[in-house]
Design a protein around this ligand. Structure first.
Ligand code: MG
Length: 269
């Protein structure tokens, strides 16, 4: 969702919580889910449904981190600089780069790749802040936006109750991860993503898009159909777009770190 909507939502929610519970301003709490959002198509659940069962926890095994990219991969971040990226606000990416990682700088904005990509295999490593702060969607929130539109959620989902379709590895607001494979905060985690862009003709979608995601080597999205562009607290939005689009990483105001990002564009047979 846009930062404007997010700010409005957060401040409205915040005020309501203060009034209702008398909580101190520094103890803003995020809801663990909603019961008033629209019903997802072909699903018994609403968007961000607080009643939807949370995925069971799976402890991931040892995964090859800082894996060397395959020979035909395009390296998007090797720990040195964000030259392959730009800020959504214009100009260079405003995130901090140090010690081999990039860290979200709150308020600096989402970052987008300068190059555009369609169908692809994508590897991303991320680290949740330690010690953890905040709750639900307020804990370690970021995201990988495929085509800049479809969010594979990044969240500290370790021992953190939040709605199923907002957990780490969710297609945000659409599809919860099959299981919760989150590692504790402070450790590096991996996403391996396969993205197939939807196809459009004459203003209509002719073939849906799909995403497959491994979180720390554990399958969490299995050829999941994309229902539309990611939004908050509403049905996914139909957006016609080119096959090739920038990849986007989210500034959700929390200091999530990234390293070792590479992509392999998939050529149509
Ligand atoms: Mg996010």
């Amino acid at each position: 969702m846009t930062s404007k909507i997010r700010v409005a939502l957060r401040s409205g929610l915040f005020a309501a919580l203060i009034a209702a519970a008398g909580v101190h301003a520094e103890e803003e709490k995020y809801p663990t889910g909603y019961t008033d959002a629209p019903q997802l198509p072909n699903s018994p659940w609403r968007v961000h449904d607080d009643n939807r069962p949370r995925p069971r926890v799976v402890t991931p095994g040892k995964v090859d981190q800082l894996a060397t990219p395959p020979s035909d991969a395009i390296v998007l971040f090797d720990g040195k600089n964000l030259d392959a990226w730009r800020s959504e606000k214009g100009g260079p990416a405003g995130w901090k780069v140090e010690n081999g990682y990039a860290e979200v700088v709150s308020g600096s904005g989402d970052i987008l790749t300068k190059q555009k990509f369609g169908d692809c295999q994508l590897h991303v490593e991320f680290r949740e802040p330690l010690p953890p702060t905040g709750n639900s969607q307020g804990r370690g929130n970021s995201g990988v936006f495929l085509a800049g539109l479809y969010e594979v959620q990044i969240l500290d989902s370790y021992d953190n109750l939040s709605y199923a379709d907002g957990q780490a590895g969710a297609v945000y607001g659409q599809s919860p991860p099959l299981v919760n494979a989150a590692r504790p905060p402070g450790g590096w985690q991996t996403y391996d993503i396969v993205y197939t862009s939807p196809r459009f003709a004459n203003g209509k979608q002719t073939v849906p898009g799909y995403v497959t995601v491994f979180h720390n080597g554990v399958l969490v999205q299995n050829h999941t159909q994309l229902l539309g562009a990611t939004v908050h607290h509403a049905l996914p939005k139909a957006v016609e777009h080119d096959i090739n689009m920038p990849l986007k990483l989210q500034d959700h105001g929390m200091p999530v770190r990234f390293r070792n990002i590479w992509i392999r564009p998939l050529v149509e047979k």
